[in-house]
Design a protein around this ligand. Sequence first.
Ligand SMILES: *[C@@H]1O[C@H](CO)[C@@H](O)[C@H](O)[C@H]1NC(C)=O
Ligand SMILES: *[C@@H]1O[C@H](CO)[C@@H](O)[C@H](O)[C@H]1NC(C)=O
Ligand SMILES: *[C@@H]1O[C@H](CO)[C@@H](O)[C@H](O)[C@H]1NC(C)=O
Ligand SMILES: *[C@@H]1O[C@H](CO)[C@@H](O)[C@H](O)[C@H]1NC(C)=O
Ligand SMILES: *[C@@H]1O[C@H](CO)[C@@H](O)[C@H](O)[C@H]1NC(C)=O
Length: 508
Amino acid sequence: MTHWCLWILVHLAAGSPCDDRYAAWVTDREAFQRDDEPRYLSGLHVVCVWKEAGTLRLEAHMNGVLEEDPVRSELDGALSLDWGKFRKSLQGVLRFSKATNEWGNFHLKQPYGIFSEAGHRLSSATEVLDAGLVLVVEGGQWFWPPVRIGYVRGLPGTPYMIETVSVQPVVFRVRGFLREEECSVIIDMAESNMSESPVVQMEKHYRDNDTKDFRTSTQARLPSSDSSLLQELDKRISNLTRVDVTHNEEVQVLRYRLGEFYASHTDNFDPEYYQNVAAWPKFSCPEISLELLKDFIDKGHRNRLLTVFWYLTNVSKGGETLFPRADGLPPPEDMNSCERGLKVRPEVGTVMLWYSLRPNGNGDPNSLHASCPVEDGKKWSANYWVWNKPRDFSISLPDADVDEEYSGEQSVALSTVEAGNNVSATFRNEHPFPMYLFWKPPDRAQEAFLGEISPQAAVSMLTFPGHIWHIRIGADQSSELVTAQVITDQPKQVIVLSSDPEPDVDEL
Ligand SMILES: *[C@@H]1O[C@H](CO)[C@@H](O)[C@H](O)[C@H]1NC(C)=O
Ligand SMILES: *[C@@H]1O[C@H](CO)[C@@H](O)[C@H](O)[C@H]1NC(C)=O
Ligand SMILES: *[C@@H]1O[C@H](CO)[C@@H](O)[C@H](O)[C@H]1NC(C)=O
Ligand SMILES: *[C@@H]1O[C@H](CO)[C@@H](O)[C@H](O)[C@H]1NC(C)=O
Ligand SMILES: *[C@@H]1O[C@H](CO)[C@@H](O)[C@H](O)[C@H]1NC(C)=O
């Protein structure tokens, strides 16, 4: 075969110029073991963008798994000039919306993030084209794809190896991340300042129980400003997590003596579950209302994204970190049990990294974890929490200014239709209760949630003839479908949602 024939064959077979780069960024579908959840990583999209004959082309493997039939589309070549338009168009093609998040108050959700393989946040279409392969993360922050259990990747520019120990929850181990001398220095700093570990009571499970049934360690918070070692670790960890240092909390050093433990819990805040936050560090009010807490954490959108857990000593026996929902296991009935689940043995200098949120920003209940009782010796460890938004409220979010998905008229899937045949559809809700608007893509079961229509209010959408809109009674795709509307070719349409069996469509 001549070189020329070979060249044609290779190019016919190739779906995109990124074909040989996907493997490190997509996770095996078989690695998702749970029967009660979708087998993918919600909200992490592996996307290839390239220029061909003057147009931008795109191929996307949605939700972090290799698809037989990935999304393929053309983007307007001129988009490379305007970042805001590029982002909007990309979002239209990938058909996701801020509202994949389950907390409501979508204006508080972070703008989505686009990252190169090196973990750098990209901020122009030219950078995206230069990168070729990019990770689009709906929750806004870098998220390491687990790929499969046992997958090991080097952290570029460093000697550290990141090893996947679980896919659901997403958990990694990095051995030798801290030097033994560093661990000793940290223990010394904390030792003189230990106090009883606080715990935020989970009302749902532990209303009448004393904190002691839940957590029995002692702890010390160490501000980085007091120590050059801690400042260096802030940077080392930020390089590992690919999340800026402004997102981290002061490290919380923990000491577990013989028999001490921490029952299963998650590290992120679920506003519905936490009521008495008196014990929460930095909160001194004895009674703080649920409403205030919801506001403080941006109604759930400002939250702990991930934990980097430091092992500062070896433990002779016990003291493992337990993930009771790993390996597809059901939620444990007894939060104090260390019998079932993935157990990680403490090893001085090793850190574990796990995600408490999914890539789309929702809480991941699989991230439930415990510290099993120490059976021999003592355990020193530390919690290092990284949030999905900067801790300082005055720092603005990157791309917030170009992300106007929820203001004014909204557009979807612009690239799938011809220019100029757009339609303005107004949905008017005459019911005394809110209704919820979803766009039903023609080729996918997953609907795009576009927002709430308040009682007696109207929402206008830029849409196209043939588009299908679903009106549901809840903000979740599983809630009851009230009606499905197919857009006609009238340039302006008003769809009135009332108690009539069939909604009225006024064609103006
Ligand atoms: C991490 O550090 C290495 C070595 O300094 C550097 O090459 C790399 O760009 C850093 N990565 C990020 C995401 O900051
Ligand atoms: C230790 O605790 C004392 C009293 O609570 C405090 O004044 C001091 O700043 C703390 N030191 C460190 C290193 O945290
Ligand atoms: C309190 O803890 C005990 C023992 O751990 C448990 O049996 C009981 O159900 C708990 N009470 C509540 C209200 O959860
Ligand atoms: C800790 O345990 C590891 C193996 O589990 C061992 O290689 C290392 O030497 C131990 N370190 C100390 C200080 O005991
Ligand atoms: C909608 O169509 C009009 C022409 O009917 C055109 O001027 C306008 O640019 C279109 N808008 C979009 C966003 O496609």
